[in-house]
Design a protein around this ligand. Structure first.
Ligand code: GLN
Length: 536
């Protein structure tokens, strides 16, 4: 049976609780134990797929096509394992199951209530995941902040689990903000104290406290947190801001967290080998060169919307000793003429056309693509990025002036990007895109084929409803914009412009498979092109 480490958050959200949970999971894994991680999102949506990135940040796509919370991405990157849609549990998911069971008659005669029916289902779903992975330890991060109404059933389920399994099998970690008031220069522990009080009111006494602050925790602050939080100072860990998130597990380990976790969970302590991470952080912090990359999208005000892409650029960059500096280009500002892409194109080393949905910002992206293409700036288009590279090429090279994707203009005379045939008749929006890992056949001798080192078939993750219309392919190919990867249904998955050093678009999302210690070949090839390194 698995042991559990619950990670809750206090004071406010956006504290990097996901990174803390991922770090804890990594430290336990590094002792040689098998670990999986679950993210609980107390919102009523069944999954993250129907939310705007501005609400939520990126939707992270798993191998099995789950549209999940971005913390699942952190877990995959820290643990270097593939998780599934089951690793993300939401209120919507739990209630759907409970209501379905009620309708089926599973609870006949009973009044179905939050306690015990909903809390039982929460525990059951958590245990199913632990069983599926056969994990020694399952880290369960409860999203939101202690005190949120939505989170209560999940905290109650966690409390019950501790009662049923005992403290050696269920450990509570609380992550809090300890703000520093700049005029006083002092770390203030009061909000953290209140948040721990709130937890205790629910029946949970944290075993471990992780304090997020701009500067390291002082002894005085630690003393107060210990006294008012009712836990020993040795169980309080300082997690100040760092430049690279992979430094977090190293800092927590250096303060003795791994030993405390082993002791609390009654697991034999094994000194972990964290040297690959030490090396990564070292390399990240000491780049040999820097490149400037324009990031063209329409959710640029919340860069978490593109978290995995940012990560993937850093992973590949770090492996090559290159630090990418990201220049955010808001597509709607391009449309308004507020930003000058011409100027940007002469000051950047490359550009990424980011994924997206819908009409807003599209013409801005298309304009930017034209300028980058004409200036010969290395360009990587991801999903919608590729689709708009195709629209731009159709309009400006093939002369099909009103060419478009039918997502934006359903009546275009030249639907160069069109709804996937498998999507026709799909009305339900949740979880119905072409999702998850799908094989892509590479065309020998193309750039894509060389990027993947001559492998013939690769598997990458997808999330889209539209595809490049094969009817126009011969015209594209005659003009040097060729298909270099094909999906099982026969439509293009990768296209590249022959005449350019690097002008490549992918229908899939290579960012979801990039890991710090195992970067994505596509991003690595892109960074190499930016610094003029040969592919191999
Ligand atoms: N909106 C496009 C589609 O649905 C692209 C999606 C994306 O960029 N993830 O096909």
């Amino acid at each position: 049976m698995s042991k559990y480490v619950f990670v809750t958050g206090g004071v406010l959200s956006g504290l990097g609780k996901g990174v803390t949970a991922a770090s804890i999971a990594l430290l336990i894994k590094s002792m040689g134990y098998s670990v999986t991680a679950i993210k609980i999102d107390p919102y009523v949506n069944v999954d993250a797929g129907t939310m705007n990135p501005y609400m939520h940040g990126e939707v992270f796509v798993t191998e099995d096509g789950g549209e999940t919370d971005l913390d699942i991405g952190h877990y995959e990157r820290f643990l270097d394992i593939n998780l599934s849609k089951d690793n993300n549990i939401t209120t919507g998911k739990i209630y759907s199951i409970v209501i379905e069971k009620e309708r089926r008659g599973d609870f006949l005669g009973q009044t179905v209530q939050i306690i015990p029916h909903v809390t039982d289902e929460i525990k059951h779903q958590i245990e199913l995941v632990a069983k599926k992975y056969g994990s020694d330890v399952t880290v369960v991060e409860i999203g939101g902040t202690v005190g949120d109404i939505e989170g209560l059933p999940f905290l109650e389920a966690a409390r019950q689990l501790r009662l049923e399994r005992g403290p050696e099998n269920v450990v509570f970690t609380h992550v809090v903000l300890v703000p520093r008031i700049s005029t006083l220069g002092e770390l203030k522990t009061k909000p953290a104290q209140h948040s721990m009080q709130e937890l205790r009111r629910i029946g949970i006494q944290p075993d471990i406290l992780v304090a997020r602050s701009s500067t390291p925790l002082t002894d005085e602050a630690r003393g107060k947190l210990s006294l008012f939080g009712n836990l020993p100072p040795s169980h309080i860990f300082s997690n100040p801001d760092v430049d690279v998130i992979y430094e977090v597990p190293l800092r927590l380990h250096a303060q003795g967290l791994t030993k405390v976790l082993a002791k609390k969970l009654e697991l034999e302590y094994v000194e972990p080998d964290l040297s690959p991470w030490v090396e990564y952080v070292e390399k990240f912090n000491n780049p040999e060169r820097r490149v400037r990359v324009a990031m063209v999208g329409k959710y640029t005000k919340l860069t978490d919307s593109y978290l995995s892409i940012i990560e993937a650029l850093k992973h590949s960059g770090t492996s090559l000793g290159v630090r990418p500096e990201l220049i955010w280009v808001e597509a709607t500002d391009v449309e308004k003429g507020v930003v000058n892409v011409q100027e940007i194109s002469s000051s950047v080393d490359g550009a990424v056309i980011l994924p997206g949905f819908g009409e807003r910002g599209v013409e801005g992206k298309i304009n930017a693509i034209r300028i980058f293409r004409e200036a010969g700036v290395p360009l990587l288009g991801i999903c919608f990025g590729l689709q708009l590279m195709v629209v731009e090429f159709a309009r400006n090279v093939l002369g099909l002036s009103n060419a478009h994707t039918t997502e934006v203009d359903p009546r275009t005379p030249h639907p160069v990007v069109d709804l996937l045939s498998s999507q026709r008749g799909t009305i339900v929006k949740g979880g119905t895109m072409r999702l998850g890992s799908i094989e892509v056949k590479l065309i020998p001798s193309t750039l894509a084929w060389r990027i993947y080192e001559g492998v013939n078939v690769v598997s990458e993750r997808h999330r889209h409803r539209y595809q490049i219309n094969p009817a126009y392919l011969s015209s594209f190919e005659e003009n040097g914009f060729i298909v270099s990867g094909v999906g099982p249904e026969g439509f293009p998955e990768i296209m590249e412009l022959r005449s350019h050093k690097f002008y490549l678009g992918v229908q899939f999302h290579p960012e979801f498979k990039s890991r710090p210690l195992r970067p994505s070949p596509i991003f690595t090839a892109f960074i190499k092109a930016l610094v003029g390194l040969p592919l191999s």
